[in-house]
Design a protein around this ligand. Structure first.
Ligand SMILES: *Cc1c(COP(=O)(O)O)cnc(C)c1O
Length: 815
């Protein structure tokens, strides 16, 4: 978009205070991920759950000076305000106008599954045919869709947008803003069906998007979809695809055979090799092919494009580098959008110095000067220390970059130059087109070089937190337990991420865990659950808040507070004993406790207790009894204190099983890592941790030969055995050797054979086809799952995670 403030106000009936001639090209709605402030307005979006107005200040701090909001805040000076009645309706109105005045061909994708993957595939296939715009990530909602549409500019010829709904009547609103020429309906599944009375209602609602479409491409495997579309839209061009032969586009041959897939497209045949042959992937491939045909792409080109599709792995990884550096690696693809995403990701880290490695952007037909001008503008705003440009094309424009800039013909030349080895304590972004193989730089800069890694998906953590939040009242606060190195995942990285997403409290076990977080810049309030006697000074020095569970601790801690010269009321948290019999004040101590508290210069920030058995359905009666004691005792204490501290008792399984007892706050732990004892809840959560390694060697062991220490396994026929570099020193219990446990290889289970060694173990891969040295092995993630793995170890998931040795490299990924 490209409008003046005045034009925006005209289009949307808004009021202006300030400079009406400012030009706006972007609207940012999240003050934390503003990657550019030039020509950018910040919109404070108010929803039922959240008020965006809280973030106006931080947007202004970042340099924004146009704010769109329902209210004006006169304390900020020299700001242009666009005052609107309703922030969401404003966005929708502006987006509708903008879309209707654009001249692009548009594809609208809806359905239950596969929307994002199809959008990304289409984009990968089409961006070098037409200047193309797509919705970022899965921006498809009442807010996400308008924001996506507003990114359309005059140069774009094609737009690919996802549209998602979760409730009846939402589609009508979205269709009013966005009416795609080509409608694409993916698989309709049960996701989100909860708010709809029937499958029919769900389908009818989704297909409202196609009211003005010329062509509808839909998955016809579901008879109800087929029926509804034909009933409503018989006058449009309809193309069905899917596994059933009645579809106009379907697969002709047997997909389980390892031969090329042959697609029947009306009466043509088109064939291509397929590596992944699951039904979902192939169904998506049919949809993709149909859209490409509809856009008149030649068959030969379609096949080439499908062949070069990469699994959608558009993720950024942050890795610990040598010399205190953090490496952000995105060597998968490079275009302007993915560069913006990477710059946003970079902004979430608070390292003062940063460097960038950037390659040519390939396959661009349009004006390269314009493109690199835009690239350099984005890059210059980030104030990189050094910029390393790789490739002929981008090197021609090195003068556009303001940082110390170096140019190289290829990645090899940069490695040889040794420039990178001088960098210390910086965040280094590697961003390149695949051809340049800049992942070689990652290998060079990476700290520990093990093949065995623990990969932690931060998006999944956010999903799991949001799932738990969705069960709670909007006002209920949340504490995230990051004790024991955040259940083994990395205390700082997880806390930094949670802080960024506005978690209310963090909980650690010991004072030094909290101190470590403070030293690295975590400012969120931190509760120390187990304040040891010698650690009180650390607690006070680092502004941590102790759990007080006995008179002894109260007196000693207070003594330390007085000695330290702290002169305000020190925040503390009172732990009540309600049945766990671990730590806490008992009922008969409450009178004495309130007296003691009144006489001290402390502030009881919260009163809490802990459930011993919220995850054990058979102990419901006991748990309700604990809750009753908590209610009574905390109520009594509050009455005597004369003020109202916040109360909390639920841990993760408490949140899901005893939601009514949320009080003012809950404490999430294992639930944010995607584990629940309840199988229905488990389905709603995402797995966050993947423990992986690679095969070091494959050997054939003859009948009668043995494997490993003490000859515990003997082959009874010629057997294929693989060795993997992970052992009991990495945290794999030795007791799961000798065919007790399994690991995953090519989505199949392979039993561990022989005794587990310190740094290695052997697995039987006799039944696993097509495996080779260097292939990935999953210790746990999906197959086996963390829960299944804990089952082999005869323990709980908590112990498995906290036992993984610190020498296993942690990698954090984000979509
Ligand atoms: C660890 C802990 C939690 C979190 O428990 P989960 O079962 O992992 O949700 C909550 N409260 C306290 C006091 C804890 O120590």
């Amino acid at each position: 978009m490209n409008y003046t403030v005045h034009q925006i106000a005209e289009i949307t009936n808004a009021e202006i205070i300030g400079d009406k001639d400012s030009v706006i090209k972007n609207i940012a709605f999240d003050s934390r991920i503003i990657y550019s402030t030039k020509n950018t307005a910040f919109i404070a979006i108010n929803t039922k759950k959240n008020s965006g107005e809280k973030f106006i200040e931080s947007a202004i701090d970042r340099g924004i000076n146009v704010i769109i909001s329902e209210n004006q805040f006169p304390q900020f000076e020299n700001i242009t305000w666009i005052l609107v009645e309703n922030s969401v309706e404003f966005l929708q109105k502006l987006a509708k106008y903008h879309f209707e005045h654009s001249h692009l061909k548009s594809i609208g994708i809806t359905g239950s599954n596969g929307k994002t993957i199809l959008k990304e595939w289409l984009y990968q296939c089409l961006w070098n045919e037409f200047p193309t715009i797509k919705s970022p990530k899965s921006f498809n909602s009442q807010i996400g869709l308008p924001l996506s549409l507003l990114q359309i500019n005059d140069a774009h010829q094609l737009g690919i947008f996802e549209v998602g709904i979760s409730k009846p009547d939402e589609m009508q609103k979205l269709e009013n803003i966005f009416h795609p020429q080509i409608g694409l309906l993916t698989h309709i599944g049960t996701a989100h069906a909860a708010n709809f009375t029937s499958e029919e209602e769900l389908i009818s609602e989704k297909i409202k998007l196609f009211k003005d479409s010329e062509v509808i491409i839909y998955n016809g495997d579901n008879p109800l979809v087929e029926y509804k579309i034909k009933q409503l839209y018989s006058s449009k061009k309809l193309i069905s695809y899917g596994f059933k032969k009645e579809n106009l586009v379907s697969i002709k041959n047997n997909i389980s055979k390892e031969e090329d897939i042959i697609v029947e497209y009306f009466d043509e045949e088109i064939s291509f090799p397929a590596h992944q042959r699951d039904e979902a992937t192939l169904t998506n491939a049919l949809a993709l092919l149909t859209v490409l045909k509809e856009l008149n792409i030649e068959n030969q080109k379609i096949i080439e494009k499908i062949n070069s599709l990469k699994a959608i792995e558009m993720r950024l990884e942050a890795i610990e580098g040598v010399k205190g550096n953090i490496i952000i690696n995105d060597s998968f693809n490079l275009d302007l959008d993915s560069l913006k995403t990477a710059l946003q990701f970079l902004n979430e880290y608070k390292k003062p110095e940063k460097s960038l490695v950037l390659t040519d952007i390939l396959g661009v037909n349009s004006n390269s000067r314009e493109l690199y001008e835009e690239v350099s503008e984005l890059v210059n705003e980030q104030k990189f220390d050094s910029v390393f440009l790789i490739g002929d094309e981008i090197s021609k424009f090195s003068h556009l970059f303001n940082s110390k800039t170096f140019t190289f013909i290829d990645t090899h030349e940069l490695i040889e130059s040794k420039h990178l080895t001088d960098i210390e304590n910086q965040i280094i972004l590697l961003k390149g087109a695949r051809k340049f193989e800049i992942e070689k730089l990652k290998d060079l800069l990476e700290l520990r070089k093990h093949d065995t890694v623990l990969e932690i998906n931060l998006n999944a953590i956010l999903h799991n937190i949001n799932y738990h939040k969705s069960l709670l009242k909007p006002r209920t606060k949340m504490m995230a337990m990051v004790k024991a190195n955040a259940y083994g995942l990395g205390s700082y990285e997880i806390s930094e991420f949670l802080q960024h997403h506005h978690i209310d409290y963090l909980g650690v076990a010991f004072a030094d865990e909290g101190a470590e977080l403070r030293k690295k810049g975590i400012t969120t309030p931190i509760v120390v659950m187990n304040p040891e006697q010698h650690s009180y000074d650390t607690i006070i020095q680092y502004n941590l808040e102790p759990e007080i569970y006995s008179f002894r601790v109260l007196d000693l801690f207070y003594e330390a507070v007085q000695k330290s010269g702290y002169d305000k009321k020190y925040p503390i948290h009172i732990k009540l004993e309600t049945g766990m019999h671990r730590l806490g004040f008992k009922g008969f101590e409450l009178d004495q406790l309130s007296e003691a508290l009144k006489n001290k210069n402390v502030k009881v920030q919260s009163i809490f207790s802990h459930l011993s058995s919220s995850d054990v359905p058979d102990e419901k009666e006991f748990t309700l009894h604990q809750l009753e004691i908590f209610d009574k005792n905390s109520g009594y204490l509050i009455e005597n204190l004369g003020y109202q501290p916040i109360r909390h008792i639920l841990n993760s399984s408490g949140i899901t099983s005893y939601t009514d007892y949320q009080y003012d706050m809950v404490r999430i732990g294992i639930g944010m890592l995607g584990e629940s004892p309840d199988s229905e809840i488990q389905k709603q959560l995402q797995s966050t941790v993947s423990f992986k390694t690679v095969i070091s060697q494959i050997s054939f062991v003859e009948n009668g030969e043995s494997v490993g220490y003490s000859r515990k396994y003997k082959a009874d026929h010629l057997t294929k055995i693989a060795t993997i570099p992970v052992g009991y020193a990495d945290g794999i219990p030795r007791l799961i050797g000798n065919q007790v446990g399994n690991v995953g290889v090519n989505k199949m289970l392979a039993p561990i054979v022989g005794n587990i060694c310190m740094d290695m173990m052997m697995i039987n891969v006799d039944n696993i086809p097509n495996i080779k040295e260097g292939d990935t092995v999953t210790v746990f993630n999906a197959k086996p799952s963390l829960k299944e793995f804990a089952g082999y170890c005869k323990t709980i998931t908590y112990e498995v995670l906290t036992s993984i040795s610190p020498r296993v490299k942690r990698i954090y990924v984000k979509d």
